[in-house]
Write a protein that binds this ligand. Structure first.
Ligand code: ZN
Length: 381
């Protein structure tokens, strides 16, 4: 759209920080934010009592409802996109878990097709795939151990060349890439290396970060517990400036106290859902079902979440995190990690991917993709 959106609260970047204008407005021209400010603005479309914020960016989501991104068809991708948009997600990295090597090429071709389709339909942008496995280590969680392997640079090169620009994040355990050859290769090709599913020590994690790893997959989950004499990957994730941890804020995977400690320690933390298609009963080739608020293997091992990004934001606010801080972790910080300068903020030059949240319930009341307002239920603005 071209015009001005006004709301009771609008979150915009201000230098390196975030400002909340109450009330505020955002001017759009086509799909881009061209101006933003505080106070009332004549001629604006008034969205009234909502909090207007950047659309959410989910760096790790395996599936939604009964749509598993490892095997989704065209209809499934579209439905998943609409469901994600209903929870305020305007861009995401579909995530493929550990699987036989021969399945990754076809899975990435389906991601590439879905990405082009989403772009034509004003569905959430598919930024690119997150490969969580098979290069995992001593804490595989639900990933099938028999399919784990050491990272193979030749195979990675062939995979990246086969679908250029589709792989954006690879979770690698330091113990599966001892000489850091794969980490260096991926970083040099512009792929984010995320450390995870690992029993690496603090020093091993530091050494991987020096080789180019910048992210840590779901800190506290799939790694050695933090210990004051053996801080491990969790300690490195929170201590080292160059690492950004991701967090699953469903209040099942991580205790509220640990969430608060992590968030108090570091500004650069990205929320992920790690949601899986529980209604499909599987994530990739792994059978899962929903028990006690999360997806689990039959033995109870956590195998992903049933979380949505708007619920993650509500959960953080519920444990005492400031709303603008939670929203920054759901949008601005993950977008910046992927060097998507025009995503994840409502400042001048930002892509007009927006979410409107009800100010009292923090439920989604509207969403815009690239300046196009999505149709939603009756309660949407
Ligand atoms: Zn995982």
């Amino acid at each position: 759209m071209t015009g001005v959106l006004a709301a009771a609260a609008v979150m915009v970047p201000e230098g390196d920080t975030i400002a909340v204008h109450e009330p505020g407005w955002i001017a759009l021209d086509g799909g881009v934010v061209v101006d933003a400010g505080a106070g009332a603005r004549t001629g604006a479309l008034d969205l009234q009592d909502v909090f207007l914020a950047p659309g959410f960016v989910d760096l790790q989501v395996n599936g939604v409802d009964d749509v598993d991104f490892a095997s989704a068809d065209a209809d499934g991708w579209r439905r998943a996109g609409r469901l994600l948009l209903g929870h305020g997600v305007t861009s995401y990295c579909p995530t493929i878990v550990t699987a036989p090597l021969g399945t990754y090429g076809p899975a990435l071709r389906r991601v590439a097709t879905a990405r082009a389709d989403a772009g034509e339909r004003s569905l959430p942008a598919i930024i690119g795939a997150h490969l969580e496995g098979p290069f995992l280590g001593g804490a595989p969680g639900a990933h099938p151990r028999e399919l784990l392997r050491d990272a193979q640079p030749e195979w990675i090169t062939a995979l990246l060349d086969g679908e250029p620009g589709i792989v954006r994040i690879v979770t690698v355990a330091p113990e599966a890439d001892r000489a850091h050859a794969a980490t260096r290769l991926l970083a040099s090709r512009g792929v984010l290396v995320s450390l995870g599913h690992s029993t690496a020590t603090y020093d091993e994690a530091m050494s991987a970060s020096e080789a180019g790893a910048r992210l840590v997959t779901h800190v506290f989950n799939g790694m050695s517990p933090f210990h004051h004499r053996e801080p491990g990957l969790a300690g490195a994730a929170l201590d080292l400036d160059r690492l950004t941890p991701t967090l699953i804020a469903d209040l099942v995977h991580v205790h509220p106290a640990a969430l608060r400690l992590a968030i108090a320690r570091k500004r650069n933390i990205a929320l992920i859902t790690d949601a899986v298609a529980v209604k499909a009963g599987a994530v990739g080739g792994i059978a899962v079902r929903e028990v006690d608020g999360a997806a689990r293997l039959p033995d109870g091992t956590l195998a992903g979440s049933v979380l949505t990004m708007d619920a993650a934001v509500r959960n953080l606010v519920g444990i005492g995190v400031r709303l603008s801080r939670a929203l920054e972790m759901a949008s601005t910080i993950p977008a910046r990690l992927l060097s998507l300068g025009d995503f994840g903020h409502c400042g001048v030059g930002g892509r007009a991917d927006l979410v409107a949240l009800d100010r009292s319930t923090l439920t989604v009341r509207g969403a815009w993709i690239d300046g196009v307002q999505a149709r939603g239920p009756e309660v949407w603005v």
